[in-house]
Ligand binder design. Structure first.
Ligand SMILES: Cc1cc2nc3c(=O)[nH]c(=O)nc-3n(C[C@H](O)[C@H](O)[C@H](O)COP(=O)(O)OP(=O)(O)OC[C@H]3O[C@@H](n4cnc5c(N)ncnc54)[C@H](O)[C@@H]3O)c2cc1C
Length: 453
């Protein structure tokens, strides 16, 4: 079969484009090199649907952020995933800067922005330090699970005829008689048009396609995760700096609190967390908040922002009009993804017909949970089985965790991981020692022969 489209890279951008192509009634394959979707920047961010006051007026970031924010409600309803418009507030004492941000937001088309102070500010952020006077409140900002958003988009696409290839290691891409052949060591995929949205791997894919490469830079953001708490009820930002939006305190859609991210330029892709990064977060939160529930810290993680200059790159290749290049998608890429997908499919590829009606994806959470497997998050066997049986393969412990939250709680999987491994092993007819946590060599258990003494 020759697919109409191949989308390379299964983060939020790739899954959004894949889903949109399927909605246009075209055939599409989504190609991801890892064992699950959303294992790059899409799994490690603040999970905010930004309002859109931050990006420079006239930039792609501003345009796609505001449009993406407007598209989100319709999408999440259809995908049956949670989303809440909790709002966000930028706090500080520089009223002039807050006014500038507010004016920029209005120019960008953001609605419901207002400057607040004193009691009004303290009412929405009760744990704010007394010396902080003003806030810019953006009511249209919201919270989403970034990985579940990507997975749900892919599941819906797969349920409606799209093909998702995980663990696909592209070795070669050739082009002959208007058809691309994308080869791995075991398989060949053919298609007429290609979208490169491989994030940090963008240049590797472009090289194989023989199209433009860009100078990519990496900026790491570290976070502290706090167990469920009502410490903040909306996202609280400091005033932005040249390095970005700054360290925030935000609830997640599932009720945890995130403190972070830091912003550290690094030479290569590296998701370590560091004591320096954690100290930066701790020092910042103490200057801004009181009653920070640090004793409920359950984890640290980091995500990598990938950038090419100041703005996003979303364009047809000048070398090959059948290739679209999507690069440098740092923040607000999660928010912008639905709008980028719409632009790529309708404007760049010219698929302007109305979206067709397609079958809805099934939620994992419908009625009887069955035997409880994850006690912290109260996730039952039936929910895990639904995730394992969904149309996108769910191959690893972390893939289960992203879908149903088994292992996301206070004990971080200490209690349920073995049960999750057993369910994965049963589903795929594997031995327990073959089950991986996340990446290809991350075996959860020692293999007998490897263990000495
Ligand atoms: C710290 C941090 C905080 C952020 N906070 C927010 C926020 O609150 N709101 C917001 O809107 N945005 C936020 N962002 C930005 C957002 O996370 C990113 O813009 C978005 O996730 C980028 O998605 P992507 O699909 O381009 O990249 P990725 O998620 O990295 O996906 C790229 C995929 O391509 C795959 N790939 C790579 N090479 C190959 C290959 N050769 N073959 C096949 N597949 C390949 C990778 O494995 C990966 O799955 C944040 C980012 C960071 C790092």
């Amino acid at each position: 079969m020759v697919f109409d489209y191949a989308v390379i890279g299964g983060g939020i951008i790739g899954t959004s484009v894949f889903n949109k192509i399927i909605r246009k009634g075209k055939s599409c394959v989504l190609i991801e090199k890892e064992l699950d979707l959303s294992t790059g920047a899409t799994k490690a961010n603040s999970g905010l649907i930004h309002a859109g006051f931050d990006a420079e007026t006239g930039s792609l970031k501003a345009k796609f952020n505001v449009r993406g924010n407007a598209l989100i409600e319709g999408l999440v309803k259809q995908l049956k995933i949670p989303f809440k418009r909790t709002g966000a507030v930028v706090v500080g004492n520089d009223l002039e800067m807050l006014n500038t941000l507010c004016e920029r937001g209005i120019k960008n088309g953001v609605k419901d922005l207002e400057i607040i102070k004193d009691d009004e500010l303290r009412k929405i952020v009760p744990n704010l330090n007394e010396d902080i006077k003003y806030g810019l409140l953006a009511k249209s900002a919201g919270l989403i699970s970034p990985y579940m958003f990507a997975i749900a988009l892919a599941e819906e696409g797969a349920k409606n005829g799209g093909v998702v290839k995980l663990d696909y290691n592209i070795q070669n891409i050739s082009y002959k008689n208007d058809v691309f052949t994308i080869s791995s060591d075991i398989e060949k995929i053919q298609c007429k048009r290609v979208v490169n949205c491989a994030g940090a791997g963008f240049n590797d894919v472009s090289k194989l396609l023989g199209v433009e490469e860009f100078p990519i830079k990496f900026r790491r953001g570290e976070y502290i995760v706090i167990d469920k708490s009502d410490f903040v009820k909306l996202s609280v930002f400091p005033l932005p700096t040249a390095l970005g939006k700054g360290i925030l305190a935000t609830p997640t859609i599932d009720g945890n609190i995130l403190l972070g991210p830091t912003a550290e330029d690094i030479d290569k892709y590296n998701t370590e967390t560091t004591s320096l990064g954690i100290d930066k977060i701790l020092n910042y939160v103490k200057t801004t908040f009181k009653n920070v529930p640090l004793s409920k810290n359950i984890r640290q993680f980091s995500g990598i922002r990938v950038s090419v200059g100041e703005d996003f790159i979303v364009q047809k290749s000048k070398k090959d009009g059948n290739v679209v290049l999507i690069a440098g998608i740092n923040s607000p890429g999660l928010t912008s993804a639905p709008a980028i997908a719409e632009y790529v499919v309708e404007e760049l590829f010219g698929e302007k017909n109305e979206d067709i009606s397609i079958l809805p994806r099934e939620s994992y959470f419908q009625g009887d949970s069955g035997k409880i497997v994850c006690r912290c998050e109260k996730i039952g066997e039936n929910e895990i089985l639904k995730a394992l049986n969904s149309p996108v393969p769910c191959l690893t412990v972390d893939a289960v965790k992203r879908r149903v939250r088994a292992g996301m709680g206070r004990c971080q999987g200490g209690q349920c991981m073995i049960e999750v491994c057993k369910l994965i092993a049963k589903k795929y007819g594997l031995k327990l020692e073959d089950i991986k946590k996340e990446s290809k060599n991350s075996f959860v258990m020692f293999k007998g022969d490897d263990y000495e003494n």
